[in-house]
Design a protein around this ligand. Structure first.
Ligand SMILES: *Cc1c(COP(=O)(O)O)cnc(C)c1O
Length: 445
């Protein structure tokens, strides 16, 4: 893909011209500390001047390799030219009218495209909001309106957002919930499938989850189960085979709406359109956000037509929901995904990362497990030979990598996971360079 930052062959390594963060970033960060509350965190306080493909260039002129892609948002690369062009073209025609006042066609067409690409051949409808949390909120509203029940189940290690309802659905209290309660009632967290830690098969883990649902909530009150097919913030926890379909089957048999939160794992990230496909899961509702518009804010709720129609006219939407510029960008994303090329890249990245990380695991006994799919790969750090989380080391590795110009994200309820969430433009050479740095970080401890 075209490139102004990376002229010629894609460089394999970051290019640092100052320490990290550099003087200009430090100066802006001092202003930030005075002007922005601490609750808005900062993983790596280098201030961005421009970004392209897998690269971020900061205000000091450092070129950093971004293995986080804005937390799984710029899946097709920063400043992907066709996405930029589509958004620009729409911005020049009109930026906003409000779909619920005077509608526009690209919204309807994106709903059609989501219906075609989400799992299952049943009739589907979609609508659009601004953020992942808002998509989760709306899925819960719809499930309640459809079922006439109130209770909602989410899974251990889940993350669903930062609004009052979604905080109640998250696993981690700190930092997402601390001090912000009370939270929305009617939310229950139930055990997930975490093969590395629980050693259960999918059927066994599903039986455990279902026992909790039946005993602690009760079928007659349960409106929805919300699950990430692969958990994101929870540490890229991949459920055992059979777990998710068993939950969906139980939900279908009991009139419960099964919601797949594909906000982090969906839309090409795992080498398939949706991570649900990896598990033969056909959810009732599918939630999209993060990667859907390669950087523009947009989120979608897609689901069975008869469920989606439960809300009264006017009950769904919002002023900015389905912004036409974001939707235009999403169409460019769909156009690229429909070429099939991004799925090939995701498979290549999966191979490069998992082989490289397994080789590292053979030499560093603190790597307890390497897991994930496509460009969503993680390793979990544990006390050697056990599943006991090793605290602190993931942050040390990320800090070490930052000094070498690589942006790595951590994850996991215990903060003991390093997750790779690169854009699909990251090359094998860039991955090899990154793994060399991780190797050095582990050797240096
Ligand atoms: C990021 C995320 C959300 C919340 O999305 P926002 O756009 O930050 O509100 C919800 N679910 C999952 C799985 C996520 O990764």
């Amino acid at each position: 893909m075209s490139s102004t930052i990376t002229t010629g062959a894609a460089p394999s390594a970051p290019q640092l011209v100052t320490e990290i963060p550099g003087p200009r970033s430090r100066e802006i960060n001092a202003r930030r500390t005075a002007a922005v509350p601490r609750g808005v965190g900062a993983v790596l306080p280098v201030y961005v001047d421009r970004a392209e493909g897998p690269w971020v260039v900061d205000v000091d002129g450092n070129r950093l390799l971004d293995l986080g892609a804005g937390i799984g948002v710029t899946t097709l690369g920063h400043s992907q030219p066709t996405v930029v062009a589509a958004a620009q073209e729409q911005l020049e025609r009109f930026a906003h009218t409000l779909f619920t006042v005077t509608p526009y066609e690209n919204y309807v067409r994106l709903a059609e495209r989501l219906a075609a690409r989400t799992p299952g051949s049943h009739a589907k409808k979609s609508f659009f909001v601004n953020s992942g949390a808002e998509a989760v909120e709306n899925a819960v509203k719809i499930a309640r309106a459809h079922t006439g029940r109130y209770a909602v189940a989410s899974l251990d290690h889940a993350f669903h957002g930062r609004t009052n309802l979604t905080i109640a659905m998250n696993h981690r209290a700190a930092p997402y919930g601390t001090g912000f309660g009370p939270f929305a009632p009617g939310i229950h967290r139930v055990p997930n499938s975490y093969p590395f830690r629980d050693g259960l098969t999918g059927a066994e883990a599903a039986a455990r989850t279902i026992a909790h649902l039946e005993q602690r909530i009760g079928v007659t009150d349960l409106a929805a189960i919300v699950a990430e097919p692969i958990q994101g913030e929870g540490g890229f926890v991949v459920p055992a085979d059979g777990y998710l379909p068993a939950l969906q089957a139980w939900a279908s048999a009991n009139g419960v709406v099964f919601v797949a939160d594909e906000i982090q794992a969906g839309l090409g990230r795992t080498g398939t359109w949706f991570a649900s496909e990896l598990f033969d899961l056909v959810p009732d509702l599918v939630l999209t956000a993060k990667g859907i518009a390669d950087g523009l804010p947009l989120a979608g709720i897609t689901g069975r037509a008869e469920i989606m129609d439960a809300a009264l006219p006017g009950g769904l939407g919002g002023t900015f929901g389905g912004n036409p510029v974001s939707i235009a960008a999403a169409h460019a994303v769909f156009d690229l995904l429909e070429t099939g090329a991004p799925f090939v890249e995701a498979a290549r990245i999966e191979h490069a990362l998992t082989t490289g990380l397994r080789a590292l695991a053979a030499r560093h006994d603190v790597i307890g497990e390497v897991r994930g799919h496509g460009a969503m790969i993680a390793f979990e750090l544990t006390e050697p030979g056990t599943t006991a989380p090793l605290a602190g080391l993931a942050n040390e590795i990320a800090a070490f990598a930052a000094q070498r110009g690589i942006l790595l994200l951590t994850a996991g309820s215990d903060g003991n996971v390093i997750r790779f969430l690169p854009s699909l433009e990251v090359t094998d050479e860039q991955i090899a360079f990154t793994l060399g740095v991780v190797d050095d970080a582990l050797a240096a401890r």
